[in-house]
Design a protein around this ligand. Structure first.
Ligand code: GLY
Length: 342
């Protein structure tokens, strides 16, 4: 095995919202992608603080994200290029049980369908019509096929050029007036394409959940990393857990979260493991990487939390009994990327 000591050193970035370079947090603790992860964390914390299980906490976190329009991951998120909102979600517990749904439509809480699959069947992943049928058979309400007003407006605007460019921030919602000075904005947008949550409960067990509508205006049928166990989410109770946000194709190529947990198994800190995963993406095609965002978060079984991203602007939220705070991730590229056309 390659020694940790020979890895290239990447310069530390200026902390933006609060520095956390490998800080250890007392359990129970929950960590979510992005500043909007505070919404997810609040739902998880209600369970964790009462000594509830990590698996219940991460499901609650993902449900909260799926309900919150500004998280951009549920039925109110942007559609694919043909106008359909297709959702992907995955969940994994401390015993390596896992469940995923992909290309699921008209269901408000794909994360709960993924959990139902995990707990009541021998399967791990259901797609499309089969996932919808499973949801319906298990009492999930099938919602009308309808875009939110904002999603419909943005999609119609996008249709004027119909350029499929799965690059950084294409899926972003516009920022509101009171967010304009927020340090985590990139060229006037907030990058919240996927909500991932990892938690360590009072009993020392880890779980994770990840939910997304995928890239806005993606090809119909496209599936990203979020529902792929080992790409967008991985948990090993003996080691740690990791999840991701950003351009899923890049995360799938390197089996990102599995890589991170395996590096942690061999002694890497969560931050260093996330940094190594990001470095592999950037090394594959540095020019392409300059145009995209991928961010990872990770937690060790002892409560050490870390993150790393390709671009500046990736944030993550940490909540435990003493902390409820958004942290800025370090990144390979320090300056905000230029938007197409900006
Ligand atoms: N990271 C979410 C996606 O690429 O679909």
């Amino acid at each position: 095995m390659k020694s940790a000591a020979v890895l290239p050193v990447i310069a530390a970035a200026e902390p933006v919202l609060g520095a956390n370079s490998g800080q250890k947090f007392a359990r129970p603790v929950v960590v979510s992608t992005w500043d909007s992860g505070m919404t997810a964390n609040a739902a998880a914390w209600r369970i964790l603080k009462a000594k509830g299980r990590a698996i219940d906490a991460v499901e609650a976190a993902a449900r909260a994200s799926e309900e919150e329009p500004s998280c951009c991951v549920g039925l109110e998120a942007y559609p694919d290029r043909d106008g359909y909102v297709t959702l992907d979600a995955s969940i994994m517990d401390h015993r390596s049980n896992c469940g995923s749904v992909v290309y699921l439509q008209q269901i408000k809480h794909p994360i709960s369908v993924a959990r139902k699959l995990m707990e009541t069947t021998k399967h791990v992943l259901l797609a499309g019509d089969g996932a919808l049928q499973f949801a319906r058979e298990n009492g999930f309400e099938v919602m009308p096929r309808k875009l939110s007003a904002d999603a419909e407006k943005e999609w119609k605007e996008w249709l004027k050029k119909s350029e499929y460019k799965p690059v950084i921030n294409i899926e972003n919602r516009k920022i509101s007036q009171n967010e304009k000075s927020a340090p985590y904005t990139i060229n006037g947008a907030v990058n919240h394409d996927t909500m991932g949550t990892i938690a360590l409960d009072a009993g020392g067990d880890l779980s994770g959940a990840c939910t997304t509508s995928g890239m806005a205006f993606k090809m119909h049928g496209r599936v990203g990393d979020s529902p792929i166990i080992g790409a967008g989410l991985f948990v090993d109770n003996k080691v740690g857990a990791a999840t991701s946000s950003g351009v899923g194709e890049e995360v799938i190529r390197i089996c990102g979260t599995h890589l991170i947990v395996e590096l942690m198994r061999f002694g890497y800190s969560p931050t260093r493991a996330c940094r190594e995963a990001v470095r592999r993406i950037v090394d594959r095609d540095r020019a392409a990487a300059k145009e995209m965002q991928v961010g990872f978060i990770a937690i060790s079984r002892t409560g050490e939390v870390g993150a790393f991203a390709i671009q500046s602007g990736f944030t993550y939220s940490v909540t435990n009994s003493g902390t409820s705070k958004v942290f800025a991730s370090d990144s390979i590229f320090k300056a905000p990327p230029q938007q197409p056309g900006s």
